[in-house]
Design a protein around this ligand. Structure first.
Ligand code: COA
Length: 169
């Protein structure tokens, strides 16, 4: 990871906000993004740490010096590819009080730019629950829904209720 280099700076609602690569010191701040809403327990913490360990790009949004958003992009081994996307937006989250200010959009746009530039990613995918309101955000960022192949549905039970979206970079 690239230390504290600022990738984007903006002022949603007049509040100084930056997007940068996460560092190891950010773990507690990242875990707090889910906060009360997700009631972070041990298993959630473990799964986040595992995601962070295998992630290729972890960006945080800092609002006035505190981490309020995170996005994680990972690669996927070929045997787990769904709809051929080798890169995946694994998680995105913004602390509840800071939503609807464009921070989620900025995290996605910056992560996609970094994935293209540093990972030479050409196709990136994500999985989202059917009818989830975030689908409109993904569409605005250029993701398109794709049909899940029957073979993938059979292999991955979690895809039954899911929408897969991909974007060419
Ligand atoms: C999804 C999430 C990261 C969006 O962050 P954000 O900073 O609010 O995103 P932005 O302000 O850039 O964009 C908001 C847009 O997302 C869409 N959106 C996302 N979640 C929404 C919700 N719960 N209700 C309504 N619209 C929503 C809308 O299109 C909205 O656009 P609008 O404000 O112009 O109506 C944030 O809502 C979140 O952390 N949600 C909980 C975690 C989650 O659901 N993650 C996605 C799992 S796949």
């Amino acid at each position: 990871m690239n230390g504290q280099r600022i990738l984007k700076r903006f002022q949603p609602d007049g509040k100084e906000t930056i997007i940068r690569y996460a560092t190891a010191d950010d773990l507690e701040g990242i875990l707090e993004v889910g906060g009360k809403e997700q009631q972070i327990n041990l298993s959630v913490r473990v799964s986040w740490v595992m995601q962070l360990r295998t992630a290729k790009i972890v960006l945080v949004a800092e609002v006035e010096g505190k981490i309020r958003g995170v996005i994680i992009v990972s690669s996927i081994p070929a045997k787990y590819h769904v709809c051929y996307a080798p890169w995946w937006v694994w998680t995105i989250g913004v602390t509840q009080e800071f939503r609807r200010f464009g921070i989620g959009t900025a995290l996605i746009q910056t992560a996609l730019y970094q994935a293209k530039r540093t990972l030479e990613a050409k196709l990136i995918g994500l999985r989202v629950k059917q009818f989830h309101p975030v689908i409109s955000l993904y569409k605005k960022c250029g993701f398109k829904k794709v049909r899940i192949r029957e073979i993938d549905r059979e292999r991955f039970s979690e895809l039954k209720e899911a929408v897969i979206m991909v974007k060419n970079l």
